[in-house]
Write a protein that binds this ligand. Structure first.
Ligand SMILES: [Zn+2]
Length: 432
């Protein structure tokens, strides 16, 4: 049994002073009591439940600070392909370990890794067909973060087009071969397997239902309408939008999550809401890539649960993503207060956990003991009302992170040591 005393804790959608959280030996919260004098491990500031990063491609972190000078989504993608083909299981694991550690330092306690670097660069499988996926599992274990490995089916280089040579390692022979590889992934504590359809650009209509069936109650994620060109190509090939095509083939039903969901018609929004699909919004990536601003307000009021992801990791900061949702909608709708701070926190915590197939995201009995302590006396947060602190805080204000009752970050130090050094050593050789 471990006791964590919180100066404030985010309980029932509000900051509560002097909260004692008791964690059992299995890493689950057994008691939450307010108004208690300090005892046990003391967590300063405001303690949130762990944040969920519901959409990540860990290797994209190596593109940060190297691709922002010019170009389009499509030229960024060319750089990403060049990087993808320099990775092997060892370098992938080194990079992902450092990136997952950066996430934990920033307050993330679970990540959904949308994984499509399956095979060798020329497309031949490794002897262990899931060597790259297993590297991600090891990386998450070292970094101490919970992982849902969203193994992506990726079969074509555009609608009706074969994979290009630079995409060879993403592809399986067909959706059945992908499903076989998925079934061979292990199930272990701290780790879950989910499925992904890369996009309607990468999975033909007649293969989508096989992926949806193989997901078999696990989380099923897909990129949806990130760029207008995807909609145009889908309409030309199939006479319908990507959302319609996925719905026709059984992919929108829960537990599914559409990532981005930016360029949607009113009927697409209704379709997603009626189907009960969740939406993962990635504000800093969508901003960086010039994707556009999606109809998050309309999707939420239509019944879609919103979660948040850092996607290509131009930034890894849960507060920046939370604010991004609200601030982007302010620009789009010319009004304020579309999502209250407590709505944004729900998106970043409980909704994200749910999108990734985990119980969690609240400080309550029976929930995993995942806690993130955020300073309320930093240069950014001093003087703020704790209710609105997420609109002012940054990843640098996270001091302590507890995952499953284990302290993984203490006083801004990750148990692996200097994470900036790990990142530098993993990334620089990839560009030599
Ligand atoms: Zn993505």
């Amino acid at each position: 049994m471990t006791e964590f005393w919180c100066e404030y804790a985010w309980v029932d959608a509000a900051p509560v002073p002097k909260v004692l959280v008791t964690c059992g030996g299995d890493g689950v919260i057994t008691e939450v009591r307010a108004g208690v004098d300090p005892t046990g491990t003391r967590l300063r500031g405001l303690v949130f439940p762990g944040f969920a990063n519901a959409h990540s491609h860990a290797f994209h972190r190596a593109l940060r600070g190297r691709t922002h000078h010019a170009g389009s989504f499509w030229s960024w993608r060319d750089s990403m392909y060049r990087l993808a083909n320099r990775l092997d299981p060892d370098s992938y694991q080194r990079l992902a370990t450092a990136v997952f550690a950066e996430m934990v330092l920033s307050g993330y306690t679970v990540v959904g890794e949308f994984h499509y670097l399956h095979h060798q660069a020329d497309g031949r499988p490794y002897v262990e067909s899931n060597a790259m996926g297993l590297a991600l599992i090891e990386a998450a274990r070292s970094a101490g973060i919970r992982l849902t490995l969203l193994d992506a089916c990726y079969l074509t280089g555009g609608i009706g087009k074969p994979l290009q040579p630079e995409q060879a390692r993403f592809g399986d022979a067909d959706s059945s071969a992908w499903a076989e590889r998925l079934a061979a992934l292990p199930e272990e504590p701290g780790f879950k397997v989910g499925a992904a359809i890369h996009s309607v650009r990468a999975v033909p209509a007649d293969q989508i239902s096989t992926v949806a069936a193989a997901a078999d109650g696990r989380p099923l994620h897909f990129h949806l309408s990130e760029q207008p060109a995807e909609n145009e190509q889908c309409l030309a090939a199939y006479g319908m939008s990507p959302a319609q095509l996925l719905n026709e083939n059984g992919a929108l039903r829960p537990p599914s999550t559409a990532v981005h969901a930016i360029h949607l018609s009113e009927s697409d929004i209704n379709l997603l809401g009626d189907a009960g699909s969740a939406i993962c919004v990635c504000p800093t990536t969508e901003r960086d890539l010039g994707d556009g601003i999606g109809p998050a307000v309309e999707l939420a009021s239509g019944g879609c649960l919103l979660s948040l992801g850092t996607d290509q990791h131009a930034s890894i900061d849960p507060f920046e993503e939370m604010r991004g949702v609200e601030l982007d909608q302010r620009l789009r709708r010319l009004s304020r207060g579309l999502f209250a701070p407590e709505d944004l926190i729900r998106q970043a915590t409980v909704n994200g956990y749910q999108a990734l197939g985990w119980e969690g995201g609240t400080v309550a009995v029976g929930q995993p003991c995942d806690l993130v302590a955020v300073d309320l006396d930093s240069i950014r947060t001093a003087g703020t009302d704790p209710r609105q602190a997420v609109m002012a805080a940054g990843a640098g204000d996270v001091s302590t992170v507890v995952i499953g009752g284990e302290v993984v970050v203490l006083d801004r130090s990750h148990r692996l040591g200097k994470v900036a050094q790990l990142l530098e050593r993993a990334i620089t050789p990839l560009w030599d």
